[in-house]
Design a protein around this ligand. Structure first.
Ligand SMILES: NC(=O)c1ccc[n+]([C@@H]2O[C@H](COP(=O)([O-])OP(=O)(O)OC[C@H]3O[C@@H](n4cnc5c(N)ncnc54)[C@H](O)[C@@H]3O)[C@@H](O)[C@H]2O)c1
Length: 251
């Protein structure tokens, strides 16, 4: 899909990978809703885009609330009459599976997986209604393809996103709606900096380096523009650059 003159909704658009993607989409002539639970972050993104001549609306949205997701997508139609691209990217980490309180791990599943399913569901219904097709990109992680002993629930949430996305590849032929996922490796964003700079250096050494949010945004742009790979899972790594996870052939 050509990006110029399209309309996009980006969740988690107030920071990190989401912000870098909002800015890149706006540079390429898309109009974007930066949706984030952190409205101040989304407003900062909109401001940064505006300084470069981009058109971005900041909107508060908790992706775990169906009405917030639906509201963000309705906002695209209200302002610009269309919705072409949905990037389901909001996500969290930071689990302690064996702690007393199960709340934190459950929240990871709610935000990283349940909300991605809900947002995809709403986006498909809206795009079907508009009848012009569209592109939905879901943020998974290399942790969705590999075990993560330190973060098993995060890994499970992202593996869920991977197989959910693969399972919807058929929508491209049926409705002209392409669903893809992106699996970045370790990326330098506030999400990973929360564990401290020393830990970031340690992990970066372990996994062979650290990506910048702009590297991941470039992958998202490629996925939006490349019409040929419905349901495909793009990997983004420091060593390997951008490539695709092997497709699973069941028979
Ligand atoms: N940073 C990495 O190493 C890395 C690697 C692979 C995948 N990812 C994934 O990339 C995505 C973006 O993460 P990031 O690294 O840019 O982190 P980040 O913390 O910089 O950005 C995440 C954004 O999501 C928002 N958010 C959190 N909960 C929300 C909710 N309930 N509703 C709406 N917005 C919410 C936050 O406010 C924040 O602005 C996540 O899905 C993450 O799992 C990150």
């Amino acid at each position: 899909m050509e990006i110029r003159d399209r309309v996009a909704v980006v969740s988690g658009g107030g920071s990190g990978i989401g912000r870098a993607t909002v800015l890149e989409l706006a540079r390429r002539g898309a109009r974007v809703i930066a949706a984030d639970i952190n409205l101040a972050g989304a407003e900062e993104t909109a401001d940064l885009a505006g300084r470069e001549g981009g058109i971005v609306i900041a909107r508060r949205c908790d992706v775990t609330h169906t009405e917030d997701l639906a509201g963000a997508m309705a906002c695209a139609f209200e302002h610009w009459g269309q919705l072409d691209i949905v990037f389901n990217n909001a996500g969290i980490g930071g689990e302690d599976l064996f702690a007393d309180d199960p709340g934190p791990w459950q929240r990871i599943i709610e935000i990283n997986l349940v909300a991605v399913i809900d947002a995809t569901r709403i986006a498909v219904r809206e795009m079907r209604r508009a009848g012009k097709g569209g592109v939905i990109i879901n943020t998974a992680s290399m942790g969705g393809l590999l075990p993560m002993p330190d973060s098993p629930v995060y890994a499970a949430s992202k593996a869920g996103v991977v197989n959910f996305t693969r399972s919807l590849g058929y929508l491209a032929a049926q409705d002209g709606i392409r669903v893809n996922a992106i699996c970045p490796t370790f990326t330098d964003t506030p999400l990973v900096r929360r564990s401290g700079d020393e830990r970031v250096e340690e992990v970066a050494k372990l996994v062979g380096g650290i990506l910048q949010p702009e590297d991941v945004a470039a992958g998202v742009i490629e996925l939006i523009e490349d019409e040929s790979r419905a349901g495909a899972i793009m990997r983004v790594t420091v060593r390997g650059g951008r490539d695709y996870a092997r497709e699973v052939r069941p028979y």
